[in-house]
Design a binder for this molecule. Structure first.
Ligand code: GLN
Length: 302
């Protein structure tokens, strides 16, 4: 049974693993991940082993006569040492699944969360009777929301806006691998400098964590994800105040919008929206865990 050692190096792991069967290696790996405070160790072990030994590593684990090669153990130890230092699994693997898509991710973008699937579902539901149209995604990051929407709406086009050029490199790569380049464009811009243009749908997953709550998030988030995608200012609501003041610049009359929110922010965000008389039909939508996650509405100019 391994013991917790914050200074553990990749070479220490390979020493420890020498002579272990695949089954014992898998158990040892789970123990190390647990000691490092990681939650879903079964799934993570599977992904890490599969990254080095291939998807069929389970057959090897089930066979007690199978032993890994030392060279492969060295490769695995590099990945595991990174994970034990709490680098996100998505950064180590370089990708993350989001709805039907496999997306490239790195430290320049927020790793897409399962919670954010609700944002895509809401946008799809709101536009289900519009065969064609154009969507704008403000703060697109990896492009996850925009690309997941467009992959379900073959006659729509979309634009992703982000202030980070490095994030847009990732989004552009993802548009290519999802085969969506012909219907997607990206602009590197501040929201305030964006030219006004009328879209049929607007989505955004803006930064919404209160600045002084950031440090309390898991190390994977605090140390490895871009704070520009997370930090919503003093009360976490800065981005909504900014969006709500200028969102009508990009909406056709009767066009919909859907904004991801932190699970305690529904009341505040709807209040900010209600202060503008031209937003109607405000609704709050829950994520899979039953927590408030999205606020939607329509642009109804008077
Ligand atoms: N849901 C993310 C988190 O809690 C935050 C995303 C955001 O600020 N848009 O890590």
């Amino acid at each position: 049974m391994p013991v917790f050692d914050p200074l553990l190096k990749a070479a220490d792991l390979t020493d420890e693993w020498e002579g272990l069967s695949f089954a014992k290696l898998s158990r040892n790996l789970q123990q190390h991940l647990t000691l490092a405070g990681i939650d879903d160790v079964g799934t993570e072990t599977r992904y890490l082993l599969a990254a080095v030994f291939g998807e069929d590593v389970w057959q090897k684990i089930a066979n007690p006569t199978q032993f890994p090669q030392n060279k492969r153990l060295e490769e695995l130890s590099q990945l595991v040492a990174r994970r034990l230092s709490r680098e996100p699994l998505s950064h180590i693997l370089g990708e993350k699944g989001f709805l039907t898509l496999d997306l490239k991710v790195n430290s320049n973008v927020l790793t897409p969360r399962a919670d954010t699937e609700k944002l895509v579902e809401t946008a799809l539901e709101m536009t289900k009777n519009q065969a064609a149209g154009a969507i704008i995604d403000l703060g697109t990051g990896s492009g996850a929301v925009l690309l997941a929407f467009l992959s379900e709406r073959p006659n729509w086009t979309g634009i992703g806006v982000d202030i980070s050029a490095q994030a847009l490199e990732v989004a552009t790569h993802n548009a290519k691998t999802c085969d969506l380049t012909d219907r997607t464009s990206f602009i590197c811009s501040n929201w305030n400098d964006l030219p006004a243009l009328a879209y049929d749908m607007l989505v955004s997953n803006p930064p919404y964590i209160a600045s002084d709550e950031l440090a309390a998030l898991e190390p994977e988030v605090v140390q490895f994800e871009p704070s520009v995608a997370l930090d919503g200012g003093k009360d976490g609501l800065d981005a909504y105040r900014c969006l709500v003041a200028i969102m009508q610049n990009w909406l056709k009359p009767q066009a919909g919008f859907a904004l991801e929110i932190g699970h305690t922010q529904a009341k505040h965000v709807t209040e900010i929206l209600r202060n503008q008389s031209h937003f109607a039909d405000l609704k709050i939508h829950q994520d899979l865990a039953g927590r408030d996650r999205v606020v939607s509405g329509l642009y109804e100019p008077k």
